[in-house]
Design a binder for this molecule. Structure first.
Ligand code: HEC
Length: 192
């Protein structure tokens, strides 16, 4: 047998001896019985669980539902109007407005400057999304030169320009055309 030069060891025994996995017959028998016992235990556990449920429903749950304290609570819920009951008068459940709180409604602007402050300024005040800044005269001069009718049309119907998208009525389609025109007039005077 030739040895690798320089070492006193050889790999030959590892490479030539066939390795066999020897499973003892007794071992496999043990595993079979073990799995069987495990399976039976699981079945027993499930049966016990089911039995406990059945026994519990007939005794414990019935007992809890008949408890005078529980019944009194249900009764008070029903009579003091804390729970809505179908077919009964539930008006006592209506949520009363809290005293001193004023609910602010989204105000509808009534004039050009108002519309500008509330709606158009969101973009045109700071040039958001490519909107021409309302104090930038150079940016507005060519637009104003198009004539008011075009500006009105673009403001009311919206348009897709070179610098960005002007949404119809600035996104507030609930505004009347007249109000939007007034806002355009106001913007134009600011930019002149
Ligand atoms: C969401 C942002 C946004 C809001 C809100 C907005 N605009 Fe604009 N608007 C733009 C943009 C962007 C442009 C430029 C588009 C372009 O020319 O590329 C523009 C352009 C315009 C122009 C110029 C049109 C033209 O032909 O050059 C007018 C007029 C105008 N807006 C009016 C209004 C008015 C009036 C309101 C409020 C009712 C309003 N905008 C609200 C984004 C907005």
């Amino acid at each position: 047998m030739r040895r690798p030069p320089g070492s006193g060891y050889t790999l030959t025994p590892f490479l030539t001896t066939p390795r066999k996995i020897v499973v003892n017959n007794q071992d496999s028998q043990f595993f079979n019985i073990f799995s069987l016992v495990l399976g039976i235990l699981i079945v027993i556990a499930i049966l016990l669980f089911a039995l406990a449920r059945v026994v519990g429903t007939n005794t414990q749950t019935a007992h809890a539902l008949a408890d005078p304290k529980y019944l009194a609570e249900v009764e008070s819920n029903l009579t003091t109007g804390r729970v809505a009951v179908a077919g009964r008068d539930n008006s006592a459940l209506a949520i009363a407005p809290v005293a001193g709180v004023v609910v602010a409604e989204l105000a509808i602007p009534t004039d050009g400057p108002g519309v500008y402050e509330q709606v158009c300024g969101a973009c045109h005040l700071n040039g958001i999304g490519g909107a021409p800044n309302s104090s930038d005269r150079a940016a507005w001069a060519p637009r104003i030169a198009q004539g008011k009718e075009i500006l009105y049309k673009h403001a009311i119907e919206g348009y897709d320009g070179k610098q960005g998208v002007m949404p119809a009525k600035g996104g507030r389609v609930d505004l009347s055309d007249e109000l939007v025109k007034a806002a355009v007039d106001y913007m134009v005077t600011k930019a002149q």
